[in-house]
Ligand binder design. Structure first.
Ligand SMILES: NC(=O)c1ccc[n+]([C@@H]2O[C@H](COP(=O)([O-])OP(=O)(O)OC[C@H]3O[C@@H](n4cnc5c(N)ncnc54)[C@H](O)[C@@H]3O)[C@@H](O)[C@H]2O)c1
Ligand SMILES: [Zn+2]
Ligand SMILES: [Zn+2]
Length: 394
């Protein structure tokens, strides 16, 4: 089959690789019809290079059709149309019983002291072949895949794999009080949907921050007030000015470790990526740093006693944090990978309706053949050609 493989810093290629097959009775095989590129894939494209091996298959936002199921998989049959969550969970361990699916104890990667295994996300997360490919082997298929109805196009359901549950969790964790305000830093796919989910749930004031004009414009079309971080010296001050001087009740960080405007940390990430992988992987785990501009803006902006909800991925081991501000302001912080399955019962009925309350018809900006993955990654990374959400079609 064909698959998008990681080969090196900013180097992904479509290659022929062996077809996956059923290995465990709890596996299924899915023929992929749509598979998106995520901001998390961009971390692998550049700063998380130390944790990648050449040939790793990327991707964790897929949907398609079941073509084979293992003997122990009940409730799923050949021909079913399914979306596959990005985290792999068993559905019945201590963590899964508490709906903490991103921490599933059956798939936890204990060797690297990490949570549940993820598709296409480095050896730290189980080294599971990813979903930007013709076919995907889905472990724990008795629990993971979400059956979706026939009829509507893939774009209606595809984002159940990651973006929608991640945005839903971001807003749930933000815990905005009635009548309150929410700022969303970063208007990539996650930030866009966090704004829309918040508006849908009745948050009165949603403020979106980014520096890319098309992304600001999209958020504005869907009911957010926007702040252009590219033309404002002090984003936190701008957010306070829009919220009666106190700052938003809650702030979502939808940026993560590659925040714009962190020159020193950016140089360190590039230097680490240039070292031999065996050295850089050990180094990154011991003293790795994140680009923290967005997170520090969020901490500065959130009102005293407010909530910080972090969806952006961070991986540093030696990040300087403003503990005095956090403590003095009494900020509450919640974060982590999305527990995808936990939010599906709330989201699926919404997107099955035909009124498109989350505006999914205005989200995917590019749909390209899988073979164009190298150009698609470069475009999404550089935010060129109005790229906001890019979907590949095998
Ligand atoms: N927690 C989870 O389960 C989960 C799931 C999916 C994605 N993520 C993470 O969420 C983050 C966003 O993902 P995405 O797909 O939307 O990616 P993205 O890279 O398209 O979005 C990031 C956005 O942040 C903006 N940005 C960068 N620096 C900024 C700054 N200083 N101030 C304001 N905006 C800034 C960028 O212009 C971009 O629009 C990534 O870190 C990704 O890894 C987490
Ligand atoms: Zn993702
Ligand atoms: Zn489990």
């Amino acid at each position: 089959m064909r698959a998008v493989t990681w080969q090196g810093f900013e180097d992904v290629r479509v290659e022929g690789v062996p077809d996956p097959r059923i290995e465990e009775p709890t596996d299924a095989l899915v023929e992929i019809t749509s598979t998106a590129i995520c901001g998390s894939d961009l971390h692998l494209y550049r700063p998380l290079t130390p944790f990648m091996e050449p040939g790793d298959i990327l991707g964790h936002e897929p949907m398609g059709r079941v073509v084979a199921v293992g003997d122990a998989v009940e409730g799923l049959a050949t021909g079913d149309r399914v979306v596959v969550p990005f985290n792999i969970a068993c559905g019945s361990c201590f963590m899964c019983d508490r709906q903490l699916f991103a921490q599933c104890e059956t798939t936890q990667v204990r060797e690297h002291h990490k949570g549940a295994a993820l598709f296409g996300y480095t050896k730290l997360y189980g080294h599971v072949p990813g979903a930007q490919a013709d076919l995907l082997r889905v472990p724990q298929a008795h629990f993971g895949p979400i059956k979706v109805p026939e009829g509507p196009p893939d774009d209606r359901f595809l984002f159940l794999s990651d973006v929608l549950p991640t945005a839903w969790q971001a807003v749930a964790y933000a815990d905005v009080p009635p009548g309150g305000s929410l700022a969303v830093i970063g208007l990539g796919p996650i930030g866009q949907m966090a704004c829309r989910v918040a508006r849908h749930q009745g948050v009165e004031q949603v403020l979106g921050v980014d520096l890319v004009p098309e992304r600001l414009a999209m958020a504005e079309r869907h009911g957010a007030e926007v702040v252009d971080a590219g033309s404002t010296d002090d984003v936190a001050e701008a957010l306070r000015a829009l919220t009666g001087g106190r700052g938003p009740d809650a702030v979502v960080d939808a940026v993560g470790l590659e925040a714009h405007g962190s020159p020193v940390a950016g140089a360190m990430q590039r230097a680490a990526a240039a070292l031999p992988r065996a050295v850089s992987s050990r180094l990154a785990q011991a003293v790795g740093v994140d680009r923290l501009t967005a997170l520090h803006t969020a901490i500065d902006a959130v009102r005293r006693g407010g909530t910080l909800s972090i969806s952006g991925v961070y991986g540093g081991a030696a990040d300087p944090m403003p503990m005095l501000d956090l403590f003095d302001k009494g900020v509450q912080i919640r974060m982590g990978q999305a527990h995808v399955r936990r939010w599906v019962p709330e989201i699926l009925p919404l997107i099955e309706r035909d009124d498109d309350v989350l505006g999914l018809a205005d989200f995917t900006t590019h749909r390209l053949p899988l073979t164009e993955a190298p150009a698609a990654y470069a475009m999404f990374q550089a935010k060129q050609d109005g790229a906001i959400k890019v979907v590949l079609e095998p």
